[in-house]
Structures are given as C-alpha cells and as structure tokens.
Design a protein around this ligand. Structure first.
Ligand code: FES
Length: 100
C-alpha cells in the first residue's frame, strides 16, 4: 500500500528462482497483512537467487533469505510494526554480525 506517508518499502523478489521457491505466495502474504506506512511490491531479481525467496526492506537495507509464506507474520509483527529485524531469517551475506 503506497501512500504519501510511506516510510518503509518491502521488495519481494518475483523473478525466476524465487518464484520457484514460492515467492508469489510470500508476496501475497505481505499484501494480505498491510501495515500503515509500509509499501510492499514485487521486484526484479535481487541477485541472491540461490537463497530465495529474497525479501529486502528499505530504507533499513535489511535482507531476508529463504522466506516462506509462514515466516511473513513474524516479519510483519516484529520488523514492520516493532522495528526489530527477525534475526533467524537475515541473509548471512549482508548481516554476518549476527552469525558469530
Ligand atoms: S531470482 Fe530472486 S534474487 Fe534472483
């Protein structure tokens, strides 16, 4: 939902490899649980094709990998509503500080 008050953007990859990993359902799950101020859109390939579904949150520059539809409520509740990234889903390539 794009509004003039949008403060965050969620990009859900809809390219080939992520689609094969169910990214359309991940996008649908985000769309079915809209958060005020957060715009959710499908995106082109994000260059992390072997770790899909790739979800990127801007302007935080938070990257999630291997996201399944059942993971979406946790991202919505903790990250988008409370501002706390879901560590277990963070992409280790971008967030290595969480991996020891
Ligand atoms: S196909 Fe999704 S990151 Fe490349």
């Amino acid at each position: 939902m794009q509004t003039e008050h949008t403060t965050r953007q969620v990009l859900v990859c809809q390219y080939v490899n992520c689609c094969a990993n169910g990214s359309a359902k991940v996008l649908a799950a985000f769309m079915s649980d809209p958060v005020p101020g957060v715009a959710v859109t499908g995106s082109e390939c994000q260059g992390q094709c072997n770790m899909g579904t790739t979800v990127r949150v801007l302007p935080d520059e938070t990257w999630y990998c291997r996201v399944k539809p059942e993971d979406v409520p946790e991202i919505v509740e903790y990250h988008l509503k409370q501002g706390k990234p879901v560590e277990r889903l963070l992409h280790p390539r971008f967030h290595s500080r969480f991996y020891g």
